[in-house]
Design a protein around this ligand. Structure first.
Ligand SMILES: C[S@@+](CC[C@H](N)C(=O)[O-])C[C@H]1O[C@@H](n2cnc3c(N)ncnc32)[C@H](O)[C@@H]1O
Ligand code: SF4
Length: 378
């Protein structure tokens, strides 16, 4: 089983926090679609014939493409790869791109999961982040998606927004959970260097929220989603039973994936590679039959550290049997010895043969992960 990620790097307006590779949307997407198809063709053997269970079209803003353009890409992949009939095909949508007709067309081309970037229900937050839509438009987008027959709907929210505060975060969660959605991704705002927010922080006009507020908002997120029947299956991800993101879960479970498009990453168990973050160079190179990327072969220590980093963020935690099988006695002893102190502090617990973070541990997951990694890779 494998996955395919397709990056659509176009945005109509650039959000002040966002560090994902994007350029301003253009009128004609044909050169880009041709390049994507060329890359897929050139890398047909990357997944070594493994059947593809999930396709994730992310961005940037995939909803700047017409349903016909998306169908063109997905249909082409279907000729090159074996797509499993029981699949998950996700598209990220920006609320302001959505019409009932567009959603109907997406259903017709077998898109079965959508991820809507709502971010906040407060217009002042949306404006501050330079989002293109209002809260009302986001509401309309969710309602239209439900009416179009989408069952597997995910919403993205951001917390830890300066000026939002815990009470508004509580209202944002209540409003989100009042819809019949099956999945929520909630990210703490990261102020990335090189973004507008990054520059504002450098100038001292934007300050990150303090740790106390971050922790309180994270706690509230866990409480409210859990009470609403969601399972906290990864630090930033909450799903109703049977509605976890299969694609993202596979990233965390070391399943191979092929990433197409500028900046897209790929993984095949032994190496990672990432495409150039430059649309023009990406298209030009592919026209000449060349792909511009960098690759890192993963030595055993890097694989171990990647496993610790991803597994500890999930509800399944570190599988000790897997650790012993792949990382042998040295890896197993290392994990068991180090985990003792976290278990004593109530930050980690052993469930059957797995080590998982407690809710208290999740609050400081980054610190625990960093301590659990083998030196040299921190
Ligand atoms: C690939 S991005 C954007 C998807 C889509 N274009 C949109 O804007 O809704 C996926 C999600 O990452 C989150 N995100 C991006 N940058 C972030 C940041 N700096 N801090 C916190 N969350 C961020 C947002 O919630 C966003 O919806
Ligand atoms: S959050 Fe989405 S719409 Fe905003 S700049 Fe990033 S990718 Fe584009």
């Amino acid at each position: 089983m494998a996955g395919i990620y397709i990056h659509i790097p176009f945005c109509k307006k650039l959000c002040h926090y966002c560090d994902f590779y994007h350029v301003i949307a253009q009128d004609d997407n044909s050169a880009y679609i041709d390049a994507l198809k060329k890359e897929a063709e050139m890398r047909q053997n990357y997944l070594a014939g493994e059947p593809v269970k999930t396709i994730y079209i992310g961005g940037g803003t995939p909803s700047v493409l017409t349903a016909g353009e998306l169908e063109n890409i997905i249909g082409f992949l279907g000729k090159l790869f074996v797509i499993e009939p029981e699949n998950e095909i996700t598209v990220e949508l920006n609320p302001d791109d959505i019409t009932g007709n567009y959603l109907k067309e997406l259903r017709q081309i077998n898109i079965n999961r959508i991820s809507l970037g709502v971010q906040s229900w407060r217009d002042e937050d949306l404006k501050m982040m330079n989002r293109r839509h209002t809260a009302l438009e986001a509401q309309d987008a969710i309602e239209k998606s439900i009416n179009a027959g989408f069952e597997n709907i995910s919403v993205d929210l951001i917390y830890g927004i300066p000026g939002m505060g815990i009470d508004n975060w509580a209202s944002n969660l209540d409003k989100t959970l009042s819809f019949d959605i099956r999945h929520l991704s909630a990210y703490h705002l990261t102020i990335e260097p090189g973004t507008v927010f990054g520059r504002m922080k450098e100038k001292g006009v934007l300050e990150e929220v303090d740790e106390e507020e971050s922790t309180a908002e994270f706690n509230l997120l866990i409480d409210k989603t859990t009470s609403a029947g969601f399972i906290h299956y990864e630090i930033s991800n909450f799903g109703k039973p049977d509605y976890f993101s299969v694609h993202n879960t596979n990233y965390w479970k070391q399943v191979s994936y092929l990433g197409l498009g500028p900046s897209a990453h790929s993984f095949n168990g032994y190496s990672r590679q990432w495409n150039i973050r430059d649309l023009k160079k990406y298209i030009k190179a592919l026209k000449g039959g060349k792909l511009l990327f960098e690759r890192e072969e993963l030595d055993i220590k890097t694989r171990f550290n990647e496993y610790i980093m991803t597994s500890l963020r999930t509800m399944w935690g570190i599988d000790l049997e897997y650790v012993e099988k792949i990382f042998e006695k040295e890896g197993y002893d290392y994990v068991v010895n180090l985990s003792g102190k976290f278990i004593n502090y109530g930050l980690m617990k052993q469930e059957n043969n797995n080590l998982v973070l407690t809710n208290q541990g999740k609050m400081i997951s980054d610190n625990i992960i960093s301590e659990m990694m083998m030196p040299g890779e921190k």
